[in-house]
Each structure stands twice: as C-alpha cells, then as structure tokens.
Design a protein around this ligand. Structure first.
Ligand SMILES: Cc1ncc(COP(=O)(O)O)c(C=O)c1O
Length: 405
C-alpha cells in the first residue's frame, strides 16, 4: 500500500495505545491497574451538564463558526481576563477540538517545511509528531543539569537559523515540574528578542500544589500588540475533568487566529456546538470542582511519592503540579518500553515508557486514579521488580508466583 512520506514518520500515540490496551485487558477480566492514564476520574461539573440540556432537547444541533461560537469566545475572553489579567478581543481567540487541535493548528499556521521547533525534554508525546506532520523538525532540549527544570541556555543552545518556535508546557507532562517564574520570564523575553513564536501550553496551569501561584507569561511580555508571537493554549479537559468533550483554545494575535480558523475550517469546522455549550457552562459555572480536583491530586501526589520513596532503586522528583510523576527506573532497566511491557504482563500495571517523552529508563506514573490504585499499583511494581520481595503475591484471590529473576 502506498502511504505518504509524512504518514510513515508518525507513530501511534503511546498514551492512547496504552488506554486501549488497559481497556482490552479489563474487558477480559484481568485486574488491571492503570497508572498510565491522562484523565482525572472526577465527574464533569454539573454546570457543564446543565448547559447542554436545553440545546439537546431542542433537537437542533447545527454547525458552528470555524473558530467557535460567540458565547464560547466570550467565556474564553473571561477566562483570560480572570486567570491572565489580560483583556483580549474575540478575534484573538479560537476554540478547537481540544488543546491538542489548538496546538496542531497553531503549528500548521506558522511552520514551513524544515523549520525547527524547540521544546524541553521530557516533553508531551504529541509535540514531535505534530511538528513532523507539518514537515518541520522537532528539536528536544534536554536540561544539561540532569533535572526536569530547563534553563534558558538549554533552549538557547538549540536555536539556529531554522528555529521558528519554542513550546513550553509548565506544569509539565510527564514530569509534573512547574518551571520557575524566572525561566518563564527569560523565555518570553528571549523569544521576543529573537522574533520566535512562543507556544505556552498551559493546560495544567490550575492543577498546581504546595501553595504555588500560577505563572502568567503575559506579565513578562514587552510587546502585547498585534505583532506579539505569544500563543497561549488552554482547555477544559484536565481542570474540569472534561477530556471527552474535546474543547481547547488558543489566544494569540488576530492575524494568526484568522489563519488558524481558516485551517480549522477546512480540517474539522468549528467544534461541536453541544460540547462548546458544556465548556461554557464549566468555565462560567461554580469553580469548586477544580479546587476539589486539585486537592485530591495533591493528596494523591503525596501518597505516590511516599510509596515510591520506599521503593529502593527508584528515583523520583516530587511533582509541582499535573497528575503525573516521572520516575527513574534505570536501576531496573534501561529499556523503558520493555519494562512497561514486563509490568503489564507480570502484574497488570499499566505505565507509560519514558522513551515516549524523550527520556529512556523512566516511567510516567499517573496519580489521577484512586488512592487504592496508587497504593496497589506501586506495591505490585515493587513486588515484580524487587528480588527481595516474597515469591508470591495475591491479587484478590489470584495467586501470582514469581517465575523470573
Ligand atoms: C501537555 C498537554 N497538552 C495538551 C494536551 C491535550 O489536551 P486536550 O484533551 O484538550 O486535547 C494534553 C493532554 O494530555 C497534554 O498533556
């Protein structure tokens, strides 16, 4: 079969593949613990549900403008004012099919073939593939000091004549690291001076711990005119536990938003009117669910770190936000794909291999599930990997016997 050159370079989303694998094993009756997931378990805010009932019962569900409905744009403008203290106009805003589409359409709007996009490692699995879909070149920047916190020089060293954009995702998927205010200020300033686009993927910006304060990239921008190349991405998936609704957005200069809308108009048209209504309901509704989720995640993070700390050989950096931690399993295996497969096969614990995020020897573990899953999941992993643990493990009434060394 003849497929395009671009398509041949694109790999399947590792995280989506693992979700499928977990679902298949569960359907077979296997006692799977999914520590690979990327979605909170809490329910959707009631305001999101109520917002759609009227429209649903009207039985008239129609197309929307390519860049989102008027009320959706108003809600995004309000959100931007509240969380970024910045007043933008409807022409500065586009609603997309998830933050994923917002990032993708932004990249399609700015990239020419062979241009380069820099992002710190570890990085969200989709960035390299999205850049490749634009026939451009992903350039990961691994912090030289071995931490999850890049310094400006890590980015600076990767900049060349083909560099077009930088993507910053903080707090970060997969490490949970929230980059310092100083770093964000430096990157904003650097990109302005070098005339580079800066995509701030802020999808986790309200899910932060230990009394941290949100960092607002606009505070450090010198140029907030329509020439600004700052693109801010956000969405309802994570903060409102609305992953299935597929509503995200971008805020940027008017010309760029116009071009993104043109592209999106041919790609998917505007997001579903029903889902936009729900997103508006969530954004404008009571916000207690976000704080409840944040508190639950902070508690889960603490438990996950405590369990991992008692796991000899595993090194872990305490996440500042998100619902992931990125733990170093190099002592056990340098091949994270094999290690993740081993854990699924032997103890039915799903994790995501670090190599998918640009760092071998690590596993991404999610703590967005139940406390029991976190505890049992880490215990099972420890049993499978620590040769000093007993030879048998009971999962319910199933007895597992170690047949590996
Ligand atoms: C860093 C990052 N950006 C964007 C997204 C996409 O979110 P959405 O569900 O809104 O498409 C994700 C989802 O996992 C993510 O982790």
């Amino acid at each position: 079969m003849s497929i395009s050159q671009i398509a041949r370079t694109i790999s399947e989303s590792a995280t989506l593949k693992l979700n499928e694998k977990a679902a298949i094993l569960r359907a077979k009756g296997d006692p799977v613990i999914h520590l690979g997931g990327g979605e909170p378990k809490s329910t959707v805010p009631v305001d999101a549900i109520l917002a759609t009932t009227g429209l649903l019962s009207s039985a008239e569900i129609r197309y929307t403008p390519a860049d989102g409905t008027v009320e959706m744009k108003k809600a995004i403008i309000r959100y931007t004012e509240e969380y970024y203290r910045r007043l933008v106009s409807p022409e500065n805003v586009i609603a997309s099919g998830g933050a994923k589409q917002a990032v993708m359409v932004a990249l399609q709007a700015i990239l020419n073939p062979q241009e380069e996009v820099i992002f710190p490692s570890p990085y969200w699995v989709s960035y390299p593939e999205m850049v490749k879909l634009c026939q451009a070149i992903p350039v990961p920047a691994l912090p030289e000091d071995g931490t999850f916190y890049p310094r400006l020089q890590d980015i600076e060293e990767k900049v060349g004549t083909y560099t077009k954009a930088v993507i910053i995702n903080s707090p970060n998927n997969p490490s949970g690291a929230m980059y310092s205010e100083e770093f964000i200020a430096e990157v904003v300033d650097f990109c302005e001076k070098r005339d580079l686009y800066l995509i701030m993927d802020d999808i986790y910006h309200r899910l932060i711990f230990d009394n941290r304060k949100q960092i607002n990239c606009y505070d450090y921008a010198h140029d907030l005119s329509e020439n600004s190349k700052l693109i801010v991405i956000n969405g309802v998936s994570k903060q409102y536990a609305m992953t299935g609704y597929r509503i995200g957005w971008a805020v940027a200069n008017k010309r760029l938003i116009e071009v993104m809308a043109n592209i999106q108009g041919h790609q998917t048209s505007g997001p579903s009117v029903l889902l936009q209504k729900a997103a508006v309901g969530a954004i404008n509704g009571i916000q207690s669910s976000v704080e409840n989720l944040r508190l639950t995640l902070e508690n889960n993070r603490n438990l996950m770190i405590d369990y991992l700390d008692s796991f000899d050989g595993v090194k872990v950096t305490k996440p500042d936000g998100t619902f992931y931690c990125f733990a170093d399993f190099n002592t056990y295996s340098k091949d994270s794909t094999k290690l993740a497969e081993f854990l699924i096969e032997k103890v039915q614990v799903v994790t995501v291999p670090g190599v998918e995020f640009g760092m071998e020897g690590f596993l991404r573990l999610s703590y967005c599930g139940s406390v029991k899953d976190i505890k049992d999941g880490v215990e099972r992993m420890k049993w499978a990997l620590d040769m000093n643990s007993p030879n048998e493990l009971y999962i319910g009434d199933r007895k597992l016997v170690r047949d590996w060394t």
